[in-house]
Design a protein around this ligand. Structure first.
Ligand code: SF4
Ligand code: FES
Length: 828
């Protein structure tokens, strides 16, 4: 479709908006209300242009200009909003003539009438769309001689977001965002004309993706409360990295200043997170600067941990190691360690000759699917049938948003010369979502069930039998085995408690999909039996698979082979068997029984950013960089290799694992592989033919075969424990990492501590009230949580978030230890 923008001829696809035509031509037009990935609504009238087009006569022939003989251009009588105008054959768009300039000038003046112009004290100053557009398109002179409207300037929409109502220019981006992206209409305009203001429901912002409105607000009306008044935009160091809070690999900006992380913002990755991130990723960084951060190594001398240099600490470890057999040493690293850190840990294990190496948390089932079976996030967003098992919203928030994309039936837009289209005319306000294509299964009510045509609430621990019945329904057969008395085709519920009619409907809907995707969370992958049944169901349905690992680099560490050589060497089995341990970012001593055993070890080396309970009983504590301070690579749930870049954060002498391996190697007189990112990349090139030197900006899905096929390395101890004790609590995923919950003060104030969800009847039976801070032992480990009384929790069953040391699954809560801590101080 031929279109002319000023003097530039373009060939564009039908359906393109005129504003995108202008940007494609390399030209500019100001705008406020349009926003990538949201509906264009023509609200701000800032993008006006003079638009004309040729016409055909009643015989279907172009009406010709008498002078030129070319098709005659008929100009629209008024200037048009380019964001809501679709290009047509022969259209001419003029953004430079006098009438257009006058209109732009007037609209800037109009928009500024009631804007306070408090740029010198506004956090958005220097990165404000209104500021920029006023410079570019305003007259530079104020004719306004009256008092401006005054509205509330510090309205807390939540503990995380502050609204300055005076600054709002009524672009409606924030209102549309909630309805169109996460799907909750929680903001709206109140009142009329210049009295209009933004407000939320009285309950605040009940949503897990609230922070994105601070990114898209074109002015400083909506601000991230964690960074408010902390710096000017030009002072920030912007580090392009990816989230380490979940397995999605969402792109983020880490904004730091004077060695502190001030804020996290979403960064564009059209293939992963578009321009959205969840609140856990955005607001979960405050712990990094906590004053309790470890900045220097510690060595136990005379029973006390005392500060030491790295050379002293490394020499201490090397000396102890030389006195023991290397194969007795266990190495356990957290599953958000980078690929390069994994290579370093493997090199250390290889040097010591030990097979006792593992990453944790790690599901019993593999999180790596063959490439042919694997669904990308784009596959998910364009799927026509989706089956989700578990609470994907809490586990990998962006997956939730991409599922909601799919329900709208609008494929992600193609990139244009200027990138993502500014105004995708296929998107509409209140666009219906086709809920029939979504099935969600979980043992308790999860958020995504609100959008599911079929919601299967099954008995906890019965995932395997549910999937076997689903597969049987798909094949039109009946099932035997452990599904209970009932069979598919019968109306009575079976052992999992789901009616067979619902099972048939769910199976049928997935089977009918031509682009079906099955998403398996930790709720299924935590059990090999359930995962096997789920894979069989997905295969029978011809669906692609999305397997969500428990942490940011679970996939990468598994592919690299950071796995034990035998089931008895798996973490937590190695906590029993190894004579010495090197533990990175894990805290098993939260279980007092395990703590006692750790105290008996010949050597305990802990690499962590804080003096955890395990660090407190260690022989040597090595200060660790947090996830924001490391360079390296992670592999997300698609198998996409993504670059992680370290933000300049003041972390004392902290090292990541590659640094630890270098220091220990030097003390041992060895140049270990994986002693730096470069060294790890050399190993990958040589051994796996992977070149990570030039990863594209948005990452790359590489078909890497796991170094060692996944052996049966699951630790049976945990499963046996559950069987023996029975389960009264489901350990679930959480968008907010429980490890640092009490150090992220804004998140803590907004959401409370990790949540213990309890049914109202159970709460009454245990004397619990909503909001209570409690302490109890779950599978032996002391946990702290804030009670949430909700009908979503089934009677007799509670839920509590998983940690790195307490993976997902059914567990036993010792209710005799359930103590309510009425005072916050008591918790601290
Ligand atoms: S608060 Fe910001 S995003 Fe929302 S309508 Fe006002 S200017 Fe637009
Ligand atoms: S009217 Fe606001 S961008 Fe077009």
């Amino acid at each position: 479709m031929k279109v002319k923008v000023n003097e530039v001829e373009l060939d564009l696809k039908p359906g393109t908006s005129a504003i995108d035509a202008v940007f494609s031509a390399g030209d500019d037009v100001p705008y406020f209300c349009s926003q990538e990935y949201m509906s264009p609504i023509g609200a701000c009238r800032m993008c006006l242009a003079r638009i004309g087009a040729p016409r055909k006569d009643k015989d279907g022939q172009w009406v010709l200009d008498e002078e030129t003989g070319e098709p005659k251009i008929f100009w629209f009588p008024n200037l048009m909003a380019t964001c809501t105008t679709q290009v047509m054959e022969g259209m001419v768009i003029d953004t430079r003539s006098e009438p257009v300039k006058r209109a732009q000038n007037s609209m800037v003046e109009y928009t500024l009438i009631n804007h306070p112009l408090d740029c010198p004290v506004c956090d958005k100053g220097g990165a404000c769309e209104l500021q920029d557009r006023s410079y570019e398109y305003g007259s530079g002179i104020s004719r306004f001689e009256f008092d401006k409207r005054h509205q509330e300037k510090h309205h807390a929409l939540s503990e995380l977001i502050t609204l300055d109502r005076e600054r709002c220019i009524h672009c409606k981006r924030c209102v549309r965002y909630f309805e169109e992206v996460p799907g909750d209409e929680v903001l709206d305009f109140i009142d009329r004309a210049n009295h209009t203001y933004i407000s939320s429901e009285e309950t605040g912002l009940p949503n897990n993706f609230t922070g994105n409105i601070t990114d898209i607000c074109p002015v400083g009306a909506l601000l991230d409360a964690t960074s408010r008044f902390r710096g000017r935009n030009w002072e920030y160091h912007h580090t392009p990295s990816v989230t380490m809070d979940d397995a999605t690999g969402s792109a983020v900006w880490i904004d730091s200043r004077t060695g502190r992380i001030e804020r996290i913002k979403a960064r564009l990755n059209p293939e992963v997170n578009k321009t959205w991130i969840d609140d856990g990723t955005r607001f979960g960084h405050e712990y990094v600067d906590d004053e309790s951060r470890l900045l220097t190594p510690l060595i136990r001398r005379g029973g006390e941990l005392v500060p030491a240099s790295w050379d002293e600490a490394a020499a201490f470890v090397a000396e102890r190691l030389s006195g023991m057999s290397g194969k007795d040493v266990g190495i356990a690293i957290r599953a958000d360690s980078t690929v390069e850190e994994g290579i370093g840990a493997l090199a250390l294990a290889e040097h010591l000759g030990t097979g006792q190496i593992d990453h944790a948390p790690r599901h019993e089932a593999s999180v790596v699917a063959p490439l042919a079976q694997r669904a990308t996030l784009t596959d998910l967003a364009t799927a026509d049938a989706i089956f989700v098992a578990g609470d994907v919203t809490e586990e990998a928030g962006i997956v939730d948003l991409r599922i909601k994309d799919a329900l709208k039936g609008v494929a992600p837009p193609e990139l244009m010369a200027h990138g993502v289209p500014i105004a995708d005319l296929r998107l509409k306000e209140r666009q219906p979502r086709d809920e029939r294509m979504l099935t969600v299964a979980a043992p308790y009510r999860v958020d995504l069930m609100r959008y599911a045509g079929v919601a299967l609430r099954h008995a906890p621990g019965q995932e395997a039998s549910l999937f076997r019945d689903l597969e049987a329904a798909l094949k039109g057969t009946t099932t035997g085995g452990d599904a209970g008395e009932a069979r598919a085709g019968e109306t009575e519920p079976s052992g999992h408690g789901v009616a067979s009619s619902d099972i048939r409907t769910a199976a049928e809907r997935l089977k009918q999909g031509e682009r079906a995707v099955v998403v398996l969370t930790g709720a299924v992958l935590a059990s090999k039996d359930a995962a096997t049944a789920a894979l069989a169901f997905a295969t029978a349905a011809g669906a692609k698979l999305m397997l969500i690992g428990p942490m940011a680099n679970s996939h990468g560490l598994e592919v690299m082979g950071v796995l034990p050589s035998h089931a008895n060497y798996a973490y937590p089995a190695m906590l029993e068997t190894a004579k010495a341990l090197v533990i990175s970012h894990l805290d098993p001593a939260q279980d007092p029984d395990i703590a006692e055993r750790l105290k008996q070890k010949d050597m305990l080396v802990v690499h962590d950013s804080f003096l955890t309970e395990t660090a407190a009983i260690a022989d040597v504590v090595l200060p660790a960089k947090t996830v924001y301070e490391r360079d390296g690579t992670v592999v997300n749930l698609e198998g996409r290799f993504l670059k992680v870049i370290a933000a300049p954060v003041e972390g004392g002498t902290s090292e990541d694992l590659t640094g630890v391996v270098k220091r220990l190697g030097d003390a041992l007189g060895q140049r270990l592989e994986g002693r730096s990112v470069r060294s790890a990349h050399r190993v990958l090139r040589q051994r796996m033919s992977i070149d990570l030197a030039d990863l594209p900006e948005w990452g790359e899905i590489l078909d890497v075969k796991p170094v060692t096929p996944r052996r049966d390395t699951s630790a049976p101890a945990m499963a046996e424990t559950v069987k023996r004790r029975g389960g009264n609590v489901v350990v679930t995923a959480s968008m907010v990492r429980p490890e640092y919950a009490y150090l992220n003060r804004h998140l803590l104030a907004e959401r409370g501590g990790p949540t213990l969800r309890v049914n109202p009847a159970d709460a009454q039976a245990h004397g619990l009230t909503h909001g209570d801070d409690v302490r109890l032992r779950v599978n032996g480990m002391w946990r702290r949580a804030t009670v949430k009384v909700t009908e979503d929790a089934p009677a007799g069953l509670m839920t509590i978030p998983a940690t790195a040391d307490q993976p997902q699954g059914l567990a036993h809560a010792d209710l005799s230890t359930l103590a309510v801590l009425r005072e916050r101080e008591a918790v601290a």
